[in-house]
Ligand binder design. Structure first.
Ligand code: ADP
Ligand code: MG
Length: 403
């Protein structure tokens, strides 16, 4: 049995017109001799009747609900989407069955709202595939061992598709979305961003971790572990999209298949920088700060410690709480609220001199302040004021000639 997993995102399913194009992709895959398992997101974005965010808005104070009950609500969008698609497939003469995540055998832990897939037991999918050409699976959701419905967090349908691709030993996972592939930057910010023909798992994983929301990093990790090739492509346009697979020599970070130092520019919004002053050079200051934040489940990122300062970022929505916890320790703190993290990502940058110099030059030319920077062997990040973020992304994209 040759299984192809397809995943259709919210924007690909929002109108009947668009769903006709989805049906065309499914039908073409059947024509190519595949047995198709298609994972669907909820239809449309906030405001659309059955989009996940619209459903959430039905309960303005979500804290009133248990996380478990909230998952029950949030899982409805994908289920609706799967049933509508099955009915439209039938009208187009394609016999299909639909399954919830739980029915499809996606078993998760009980971290409601952000559950982890622990195993996949696809017996029901196989049973339906024997009877039908297509099985439609509601994305973004699973079931605990005890049968409770869970959701998988943002980008969860990508993860569903990857987990099914791995479990069914699919020959490929096709992620259909509203752009024609993985690009050198978010096309909503950079209009001449280029579509990458091929990219390694590691490169796309880095891009995704640093904010490129075109695919969820967890999905890439699952596909990579199972060694199932992945493609990102458009529902609305023809074209091959971006092929994600191993590089020539086994996808070590140095064998970028794109002959570029930098693969792409990404951004993450809504972070705040906190600077804790420590003129007495007392290392207990850092210890106290991280301890109190951990105890209050506030996660920190972008950490720099030097003798007289402890610097890090937190998400904007928890910054006020973090600041007051630190002030309660009697420490002196200054802040840059409303920042964004822009990153240049590229497996090929390792050991190449001058990358940082180009980044600083690009941002300085545009009078963009660098509030902090850090690097790993595949990325360089700069923290900038959020109001300058888009210009920073464009400046870096241009400086590295990615367009
Ligand atoms: P879906 O509903 O199909 O899951 P998403 O909105 O989650 O779609 O992801 C697609 C979006 O990702 C695109 O519309 C694009 O704006 C954004 N995006 C961000 N970075 C990139 C990138 N490097 N390449 C392509 N798209 C990107
Ligand atoms: Mg998505």
């Amino acid at each position: 049995m040759r299984v192809l997993v397809q995943k259709f995102g919210g924007t690909s399913l929002s109108t009947e017109e668009q769903r006709k194009l989805v049906i065309k992709k499914i039908s073409a895959a059947i024509g190519d001799g595949n047995q198709v398992v298609a994972v669907v997101s909820a239809m449309g974005r906030r405001g659309a009747a059955y989009a996940t965010d619209t459903l959430k808005d039905l309960v303005p104070d979500a804290k009133i609900l248990s996380k478990k009950d909230l998952d029950l609500l949030m899982s409805c969008g994908e289920i609706i989407s799967s049933v509508v698609l099955v009915s439209e497939l039938a009208a187009a003469g394609i016999q299909a069955a639909c399954l919830t995540g739980g029915q499809a055998g996606i078993i998760t832990d009980d971290s409601y709202n952000d559950a982890r897939i622990v195993r996949v037991n696809p017996v029901e999918i196989y049973r339906e595939l024997e009877k039908n050409q297509v099985v439609i699976v509601a994305g973004f959701q699973g079931m605990t061992e005890e049968g409770q419905i869970t959701t998988l967090g943002r980008g969860g349908s990508d993860t569903t598709a990857a987990a099914l691709g791995a479990a069914l030993k699919a020959h490929r996972i096709d992620i259909y979305t509203d752009v024609d592939g993985v690009k050198t930057a978010d096309p909503k910010i950079v209009n001449n961003a280029k579509t990458l023909e091929r990219i390694t798992y590691n490169e796309i994983c880095q891009l995704a971790h640093e904010g490129a929301k075109v695919i969820h990093p967890r999905a890439v990790e699952i596909a990579m572990q199972a060694n199932v090739p992945l493609r990102v492509l458009s529902t609305f346009l023809d074209g091959n999209g971006t092929m994600v697979a191993n590089g020539a020599a086994g996808d070590t970070v140095t064998d970028s298949i794109n002959d570029n130092t930098i693969t792409g520019i990404t951004q993450k919004t809504n972070v705040s920088q906190l600077i804790i002053h420590n003129p007495a050079k007392d290392q207990h200051v850092s210890q106290q700060v991280f301890k109190v934040l951990a105890a209050n489940e506030i996660s920190v990122d972008f950490i720099t410690i030097n003798e007289t300062e402890t610097i890090f970022t937190v998400r904007d929505d928890v910054s006020a709480r973090a600041i007051s916890l630190i002030q309660d320790l009697g420490l002196e703190i200054s802040t840059h609220l409303n920042c964004a993290k822009v990153a240049a990502v590229g497996a090929g940058m390792t050991g190449i001199p001058g990358v940082m110099s180009k980044i600083v030059e690009a941002l300085t030319e545009k009078n963009i302040r660098i509030l902090q920077s850090a690097d790993s062997y595949t990325s360089i990040w700069c923290l900038v004021p959020q109001s300058d973020m888009e210009e920073a992304v464009r400046a870096l994209h241009e400086k590295f000639n990615l367009g």
